[in-house]
Design a protein around this ligand. Structure first.
Ligand code: CO
Length: 141
C-alpha cells in the first residue's frame, strides 16, 4: 500500500490527468504546495513502485495499478467531502478537514461512512432530524 504522502501525490496526479489530460511537475507542486524537487523525487518512487511511468520527454503516464489506486483515492476524497457537507460542516472547513483525515481512516470506516451517506440520501427528512438535534444541542450549551 502507498504511504500517506504517496497517496496525496497519486490523488493529485490522477485528478490532473482526469481534468487536463496530463500532469506536469509544476502543477503537482502547486496543488500540493511543495517544492518541484520533492515532486521529482516522489515521481521516481512512484515509478519504482509501478504506479506510473515517467519519461523525460513524454511526461508522466499512470500504469493500470496507478489508475486503479488513484481513482480509489479521488473517490474517497469526494465521499468524505460529501459526508462532511451532508452533516452540516461549513464549506470553508471541508477541504482542509478531508485532507487531514483521509489517509488515517481504514477502508472499513470509509465503507461505513459511505453507507451512512446513503442512509441520509434515501430520505431528506433524516438530514433535517440531524440538523434539528444539532440545533438542540447547540442551544443547550
Ligand atoms: Co485528498
Amino acid at each position: 500500500m502507498p504511504t500517506p504522502s504517496m497517496e496525496d501525490y497519486l490523488e493529485r496526479i490522477y485528478k490532473l490527468i482526469d481534468e487536463k489530460g496530463y500532469a506536469r511537475v509544476s502543477d503537482i507542486a502547486e496543488g500540493l504546495e511543495v517544492h518541484p524537487s520533492s515532486v521529482t523525487k516522489m515521481i521516481q518512487k512512484l515509478d519504482k513502485d509501478e504506479y506510473l511511468i515517467y519519461e523525460k520527454y513524454r511526461g508522466l503516464v499512470l500504469t493500470s495499478k496507478g489508475k486503479k489506486v488513484g481513482k480509489r483515492l479521488v473517490d474517497r476524497h469526494q465521499l468524505l467531502e460529501e459526508f462532511l457537507s451532508l452533516i452540516g460542516v461549513q464549506q470553508e472547513h471541508i477541504y482542509k478537514d478531508v485532507e487531514g483525515i483521509e489517509h488515517h481512516l481504514s477502508w472499513d470506516s470509509i465503507t461505513r461512512i459511505e453507507t451512512l451517506v446513503e442512509y441520509f440520501r434515501r430520505d431528506e427528512a433524516r438530514v433535517q432530524t440531524l440538523y434539528d438535534i444539532h440545533q438542540e444541542l447547540a442551544n443547550e450549551s
